[in-house]
Design a protein around this ligand. Structure first.
Ligand code: PLP
Length: 397
């Protein structure tokens, strides 16, 4: 193949051309500050409100419940810190899981250092939370439950409706990080009993640095950024109008094509999973086989390092991701893979493939053939594999 094969859409997606085109006038001729009084700026205010409606529509919310943020990380921070502060008089206990994104986990750790108590629910071997564990963890002092809708590494989708119903019955607010789910699987905040929900623009073919937090009507949430009266005085700062417009356009397109595109990607994913598991020995699929994002496949290959695998895939023009905590520059296996019970040595040999709208069956075939060759090459160089082969030979003798 003589082009790059991008298979890392869970990390980020390309901004669609039509999205960029929708944004462009807001950098140049429509540059006005939406807070200004004159008509020239009024059109920017309208553009923001149109985008707000599109975001609300995507998750079954009302536009008054949508607040624009700088992305998923800010939305997660705002939801958790805001509720923790506003509902402090009711209690100081928060429930989350061991496999959340760091935007949630590190925020919870920060709160723990500041007098809050956090319960980290364990997940099963496929990455799912047991609803009974959630029921048992709720106490008098519980003010917030934060459980992601779909996991960014292994793609497992949680039983969100059931978990939301438990939170509702207990009178506890329910936040979900839906950054990887929006535009891939249907979401309805009312049917799923969700009180707060985080979204990010750049995971659904929109621009980077823009996202939203859904906050159910009636919930008290403190201002996250103090300043002007923007976003109903809850998030000060002149709005990033081009990014908001692009985000609105991207989410509209994602929702329109979701059904057909998810089906197409799930077929590619299933083909990839089937071929890899069948043709590469000592390999496992991570995450739930059925309850998983249509675009995610995560494998562990025994006796090899995920980092070496990524480098060799890169040499074949394939962009993918491993299960290491690469953002921190560390090579520790990811907390998600350890969270589903993988031993360190197996978690180390992991690979995340996340598909997108441009990927084709031909690319899957190229990936599969490349993986077969690369995994075999890396194993030839692996002392662990050599030991394994020797042991096998002894057993067979
Ligand atoms: N939450 C999840 C599940 C994610 O996958 C990501 C990004 O990787 C984030 C939050 C952070 O989103 P952003 O990059 O918009 O800050």
């Amino acid at each position: 193949m003589n082009k790059k094969i991008y298979l890392d859409h869970a990390a980020t997606t390309p901004t669609k051309k039509v999205v960029v085109e929708a944004m462009l006038p807001y950098f140049t001729e429509k540059f006005g500050n939406p807070s200004s009084i004159y008509e020239f700026s009024g059109q920017n205010k309208e553009a923001i409100e149109e985008a707000r409606e599109l975001v609300a529509h995507a998750i079954g919310a009302n536009e008054r419940e949508i607040f624009f943020t700088s992305g998923g990380t800010e939305s997660d921070n705002w939801a958790i810190l805001g509720i923790a502060e506003n509902y402090k008089s009711k209690g100081n206990h928060i429930i989350t899981t061991t496999i959340e994104h760091h935007a949630v986990l590190h925020t919870c750790e920060y709160l723990e250092k500041n007098g809050y108590e956090v319960t980290y629910l364990e997940v099963d071997k496929d990455g799912r939370v047991n609803p009974n564990d959630l029921k048992e963890a709720i106490k008098e002092t519980t003010i917030l439950i934060s459980i992601m809708l779909a996991n960014n590494e292994i793609g497992t989708v949680q039983p969100i409706e059931e978990l939301g119903a438990i939170a509702k019955a207990a009178g506890v607010l329910f936040h979900t990080d839906a950054v990887q789910a929006v535009g891939h699987i249907p979401i309805d905040v009312n049917a799923m009993h969700i009180d707060l929900l985080s979204i990010s623009g750049h995971k659904l073919y929109g621009p980077k640095g823009i996202g939203a937090l859904y906050v159910r009507k009636g919930i008290k949430l403190r201002s996250f950024i103090h300043g002007g009266g923007q976003e109903k005085k809850r998030r000060g700062g002149t709005e990033n109008v081009p990014a908001i417009v692009g985000f609105g356009k991207a989410i509209e397109l994602a929702i329109t094509s979701m059904e057909a595109e998810s089906k197409r990607q799930a077929e590619l994913r299933d083909y990839l999973i089937e071929q890899v598991l069948e043709r590469i020995p000592h390999c496992r699929l991570n995450g739930h086989r059925e309850y998983r994002l249509p675009n995610n496949a995560n494998f562990s290959f025994e006796f090899i390092e995920g980092e070496s695998l990524l480098i060799m895939l890169d040499m074949k023009d394939i962009c993918a991701s491993s299960g290491s905590a690469c953002t921190s520059g560390s090579l520790d296996p990811s907390h998600v893979l350890l969270g589903i019970g993988l031993p360190h040595e197996i978690a180390h040999g992991s690979l995340r493939i996340s598909l997108g709208e441009q990927n084709t069956k031909e690319e899957m075939d190229y990936l599969i053939e490349s993986l077969i060759v690369i995994v075999a090459r890396l194993r030839e160089m692996s002392p662990l594999y050599e030991d394994y082969l020797k042991k096998q030979a002894k057993i067979e003798r």
